[in-house]
Design a protein around this ligand. Sequence first.
Ligand code: BES
Ligand code: MN
Ligand code: ZN
Length: 502
Amino acid sequence: MKKYLTLNFDYISPKNIKGLKAKTLILGTYEGGKLNQFMQELSSASNGVLKKILDRKDITGRPGDGLYIPSLTNIGAERLYLVGCGKKGKKLSKEEVHKIFNRFIAYAISSKEEACTFIIPNLKVEKEDDDWLLQQLGMLAENNMYIYNPKLGKKNVTPNKLKRITVSYDSRKKTTTLKRSLKNGQIIGKGSNAAKDLANLPGNICTPSYIAKASRQVARKYSSLSCKVLGEKEMKKLGMDCLLSVGAGSVQESKLICLSYKGSKTKKRPYILVGKGITFDTGGISLKPGGAMDEMKFDMCGAASVFGTLQVVAELKLPINVIGIIASAENMPGSKATKPGDVVKTMSGLTVEVLNTDAEGRLVLADALTYSKRFNPKTVIDIATLTGACIIALGKSTTGLMSNDDKLASEILKAGKTASDLAWQLPIWDIYKKDLDSNFADIANIGGRAGTITAACFLSRFTEDLSWAHLDIAGTAWYQGKAKGASGRPVPLLSQYLINKS
Ligand code: BES
Ligand code: MN
Ligand code: ZN
């Protein structure tokens, strides 16, 4: 769980490499069989070993290719690893950069030492610069360090010993800005890890009240953050019957949690993030089938991403105002649960016919989005594990984006590209809106074949006078199979969007 990595940027010169007393030294090498300056120094000190390795083509130098060299004579470092960095001067794709950095980090972790040094040669990337590279490195380092360790009795969690990475990167840019970029990336990675920690907890621990408690705790940690929690009584007073209808079958009290960040002294309009926080989604009376139902503990990943992003914003001290709103409930069947055909009133005044109690995310979001209007927001982005259909449309790698504002949509797409946390836009044209017609209320909560789009169309009825975007993270919020666990997405995208706004 809490494991802090120290990441330092330090320019190391080839002249000092031989004597460097690093436990683990990880050295980047270009493709093409030539020794770089660092390798020349090391090789000449140790009987030309590195030259031999390159001549024999034991390492190709292709991006992410790697080689472990257990011991070298006459050099200070105890272990040496080589990592392929592609052809010198040739532009790398972002995926290739990730392969390279992931190899560096994987070696650092597997070397089982507390400290290690990365010597990274200059890399050229499509459309991005050296600051982008270091931000990615900081983010990936922190991300890959993550271990789920809540002490719930799981034995044999392999401890991760790595504590310190010193990064030397060959760049013409000023060290101060490079340091900053590495640090910023690390902060984003830590925010993702905070989201993972919350999301990975089981549903019997991570309840709406638990998320409220965790939010109050982070607000105590940062003076720029404050937290306000509304319980069921307060929500009832505000007319949030729609949100409350979702938790009606559960003994867990529903909560609306507001985490506010004040980074701007003037009364600037806030950016608002609204997270779906269903701490367990059984489907309610429209009960889900049993297979993989455990994964519905992840139905609060939208909330977790709001929680993580506000920590990033507070750590970065961005000069803007941001409000995170988490709509949290547990969706259970029971004698008090909402039934198919029930009609509920939203805070906005619109009535909803609940045709399927498993389409509950949009119900909690409807009232949370209406609530957001009182803050006169600049933009509102909601984040939700909203539809299984989104996984059919875009798979597990890409977040679905829908918006009533094309400018906002393009800013979000761009932030996602920069942060390597991709989204793709789907339309919410009027032709889809009639799918939600109801004979018994203003709108129904399901309808039509384009499930992801009609869900967004439902939300759009509550955001008409806002600059609003919706992120469907049903596919991207967690991994399945052997790697089952939260991904921390889309904390990088949201953080980058807010950085770009600062
Ligand atoms: N939380 C689910 C969506 C979901 C399902 C996310 C599987 C990730 C994996 C949501 O509340 C839901 O149940 N949606 C229904 C909507 C349907 C009833 C219109 C769905 O997608 O099946
Ligand atoms: Mn559901
Ligand atoms: Zn759900």
